[in-house]
Design a protein around this ligand. Structure first.
Ligand code: HEM
Length: 174
């Protein structure tokens, strides 16, 4: 497996991801991919933080239906993150897999994704109740509030560990 990865890294595709240009100079492919990775991160993490603030009781004017709609956009951010992340791995798979924090990051991403799915199910289950002034309000139960905090914590740890991967990587193996 290790040898197969070494051969792959020496090939044209992996070399282009690592050292080539994205169409024209000076747009290095690796940095363009990091750019897409950052955009995906901003979309998924930004929307999840916004939704969790709604779940925790801020911006009560936002309906749960609107929140669920936004969650769909958050998933698009995640898919962009996944696609760019896989290409970043293919640029130097051995170096990534040798970095301990890379595996920590993968574990917290699994955690955040599971919590995000559960947050989506929780949003769908919230029912409107009458408030003191005769209106209706959609209040999230405590279980959903805890899930929203788990989503936020998962993404925060993914950001921190993601950046630390770059600082703690060993030199490229021979
Ligand atoms: C979904 C699967 C993902 C994969 C396979 C993946 C993979 C990667 C890889 C290979 C790198 C380059 C690491 C390096 O050598 O410096 C990277 C960078 C990074 N990733 Fe991810 N990633 C994923 C999702 C995420 C998510 C969800 C977040 C945050 C919410 C995130 C945050 C970061 C950060 C902060 C960096 C460093 C960016 C920089 O150096 O400018 N990643 N990721």
């Amino acid at each position: 497996m290790w040898n197969a990865m070494r051969t792959f890294e020496a090939g044209d595709f992996s070399s282009w991801l690592r050292e080539g240009n994205f169409i024209i100079e000076p747009f290095a492919t690796y940095y363009v991919l990091l750019g897409f990775h950052a955009i995906g991160m901003a979309v998924v993490v930004g929307i999840c933080f916004m939704l969790s603030s709604r779940i925790l009781g801020f911006q009560l004017v936002v309906s749960m239906a609107a929140a669920r709609h936004m969650l769909r956009l958050a998933w698009w951010g995640f898919w962009l993150n996944l696609a760019s992340g896989v290409l970043l791995i293919l640029a130097q798979p051995r170096r990534e897999f040798m970095t301990e924090l890379f595996w920590v990051k993968m574990a917290v991403i699994v955690w955040a994704v599971l919590a995000m799915r559960s947050m989506g199910r929780g949003l769908a289950a919230v029912r409107p109740v009458a408030d003191a002034r005769g209106g209706v309000v959609e209040l999230a139960p405590w279980s959903l509030r805890v899930t929203a905090l788990m989503v936020d914590l998962g993404w925060l740890l993914a950001i921190v560990s993601g950046r630390l991967v770059g600082y703690t990587q060993p030199p490229p193996p021979l």
